[in-house]
Design a protein around this ligand. Structure first.
Ligand code: NAD
Length: 416
């Protein structure tokens, strides 16, 4: 994943004609933290995990990015995703740098007490390098509002009341209206914008989604609300399809109870890997990274791919999609709704004031639409695809901020 995220950066850097020195400045992470977490299992045995926090850049503000609890978490993955956060926050214009991290574990093997203890131990080990003006974690794969609440509580024990140390908290614990749905809603806004540019309406399209967790389920719900037909959904345990459109609310209720879409009676079962090549107008990967590869790219049937997941497309697949005329909306634009409403949550925490849902949705929509317009304008001006345009926009914004903050010798080469 690290090599792929760098390949996309390199492509944009080539268009901008950046020197090697500037590339090194922009790509090098500020800090990589790796901690050992020793806790006790419910049976009283010692259990060991490794936690990571990679802080890529603080040029445009405090660092921001999710925490992932998954067996795939390692230094390379966290570094790649931290990097993407720097570009994502810049594309959507929120005043943050980029970070990412998590714990290498399988939460399905852990009880709630064990998860709580591991989380609190992690906070104890990284408390010096996070904070409301330093680095603000948020939910990602297998982490949620409850875990963010534990993080706020543990950090506040050391540093005093600090709701702004983490976003994605429960609503009753200084969370924000609209944060849970934000990434999925943002994905829908981006799809609407892209279709508008093709003189199409979202009510005309069919959609297949991989992943029905936080991002996938809210993307499906908000798309269905404005008339899109959700024809297939696949997750870690199975897939379900319905040509007439799945009832997304019922599917969400089923998944909340059983942990998977598998077996949902409102559609037919299929092998969940097939969702990526489903016969639908729009494909929304909303699960893990590196799922669109050179092996399946030729078989993708959608004409639009909206990258709700982080880093779902390998560069060879991206090349194939470009050649085949498939429009790919890159992750650093498509899933930026989450960090945007995280910014609103953080702003509310600092102001000690609560915004209403209507205001959150309105501001989210205006941030996402503005970002779509800016990326599309760069794509047109430079005659490049949307991913390259998004990277160019982000590199320019980070470069300008770096130049204004610290005009070191190399900065004169930074893009303007
Ligand atoms: P989640 O844990 O809530 O859901 C993950 C989903 O992926 C589940 O439906 C799970 O069944 C599915 N999944 C896992 N392994 C799979 C497999 N092998 N095949 C098919 N499906 C599989 O996570 P989430 O928060 O919805 O995050 C999903 C993606 O969106 C991640 O790439 C994450 O980095 C990205 N993202 C999340 C946010 C956010 O606000 N949560 C913001 C930006 C980007």
């Amino acid at each position: 994943m690290l090599e792929e995220s760098r390949a996309y950066f390199r492509h944009a850097a080539n268009v901008l004609g950046l020197s090697d020195r500037v590339r090194d400045i922009l790509l090098c992470p500020l800090r990589i933290v790796k901690v050992g977490l020793v806790t006790e299992s419910d049976e009283g045995k010692l259990i060991k995990h490794t936690g990571y926090r990679v802080q890529h850049s603080r040029v445009r503000g405090p660092m921001k990015g999710g925490l992932r609890y998954h067996p795939s978490v390692d230094e390379d993955e966290a570094t790649a995703l931290a990097n993407l956060m720097t570009w994502k926050t810049a594309v959507v214009g929120v005043p943050y740098g980029g970070a990412k991290g998590g714990i290498n574990c399988d939460p399905s093997d852990l009880s709630e007490r064990e998860l709580n203890e591991i989380t609190r131990t992690f906070v104890g080990q990284i408390k010096e390098v996070i904070g409301p003006t330093i680095d603000i974690p948020a939910p990602d794969v297998n982490t949620n509002a409850k875990i963010m609440g534990w993080i706020m509580d543990e950090y506040s024990k050391y540093q005093g009341f600090s709701p702004g140390v983490v976003t994605g908290k429960p609503l009753h614990l200084f969370g924000s209206e609209g944060r849970e749905e934000a990434t999925g809603r943002g994905v829908t806004i981006v799809l609407e914008e892209m279709l508008r540019r093709q003189n199409k309406s979202i009510s005309e399209v069919t959609v297949a989604l991989q992943g029905f967790g936080n991002v996938g389920s809210h993307a499906a719900r908000t798309m269905a609300e404005v008339g899109a037909k959700i024809v297939a959904v696949g997750d870690h345990a199975g897939g379900v399809c319905n040509k007439e459109g799945l009832d997304v609310d019922q599917l969400a209720a089923w998944t909340a109870q059983r942990g998977s879409v598998a077996g949902f009676p409102g559609g037919d079962a299929f092998n969940s890997d097939d969702v990526l090549t489903w016969d639908a107008d729009v494909l929304v990967p909303a699960a893990l990274g590196d799922v669109l590869t050179k092996d399946n790219a030729e078989d993708v049937r959608a004409s639009i791919i909206i990258e709700a997941a982080n880093s779902p497309t390998m560069p060879e697949a991206d090349e194939t999609f470009r050649r085949r005329g498939i429009l790919v909306v890159p992750d650093i634009l498509a899933n930026a709704g989450g960090v945007t409403v995280s910014y609103f949550e953080w702003a509310q925490n600092i102001q000690q004031f609560q915004w209403e849902l209507g205001r959150i949705r309105h501001e989210l929509s205006s941030h996402m639409r503005k970002a779509c317009e800016s990326v599309a304008a760069v794509a047109k001006q430079r005659d490049v695809d949307l991913r390259t345009a998004a990277f160019i926009l982000a590199i320019q914004r980070v470069g300008e901020a770096a130049l204004s903050r610290r005009p070191y010798a190399e900065a004169r080469d930074l893009p303007r």
